[in-house]
Design a protein around this ligand. Structure first.
Ligand code: NI
Length: 167
């Protein structure tokens, strides 16, 4: 396994709609392993394939950051099929360092995805984990958390990105 460099905004790979994965092979397992290692090293609670320059629908989420084995979720071709509730909380992204902002997200999501063998899995997540999953699924569609901001928050983030020389 390897720790891979994380692409940062405004890298165009972060704006790509990623492709469905149909090969459940050793290459996919290696990619997932590298992403898990990269997420833990960052450290972060989630990572999506485009963040390491791979335009495929693969994301890893672990809100325990490696402390609880059962917390790790590897999501191949994930789709949010149901959501409920709404909560505004602080969010950040490994691809937009030094910037956090309050974002509204559902407090419950149901996700249908595949595992590394290609079997269909259904996952229900709440609160912070639901937020993390929404954030990573967004990445697979080229959407960043800053895209959810409106009004004053959006203006503030634009100014910050400009100051950081990223917009
Ligand atoms: Ni992110």
């Amino acid at each position: 396994m390897a720790i891979l460099p994380i692409r940062t905004y405004p890298d165009p790979v972060l704006r790509v709609r990623c492709s469905e994965i149909d090969a459940f092979d050793a290459g996919l397992r290696r990619l997932a392993g590298d992403m898990i290692e990269t997420m833990y090293a960052a450290p972060g609670v989630g990572l999506a394939a485009p963040q390491i320059g791979v335009e495929q629908r693969l994301a890893v989420v672990d809100i325990s950051v490696g402390k609880e084995r059962a917390a790790l979720k590897v999501l191949v071709n994930p789709e949010i099929v149901e959501e409920g509730g709404r909560e505004v909380d602080t969010e950040g992204c490994l691809s937009i360092p030094d910037l956090t902002e309050k974002v509204a997200r559902p407090t419950m999501v149901k996700v249908v995805a595949q595992d590394l063998e290609g079997s269909t899995v259904e996952i229900e997540a709440e609160d912070f984990e639901a937020r993390a999953i929404c954030h990573e699924v967004d990445h697979l569609n080229g959407v960043l958390f800053i895209d959810h901001l409106r009004g004053l928050r959006r203006d503030r983030v634009r100014r910050q990105l400009k100051k950081l020389g990223r917009a």
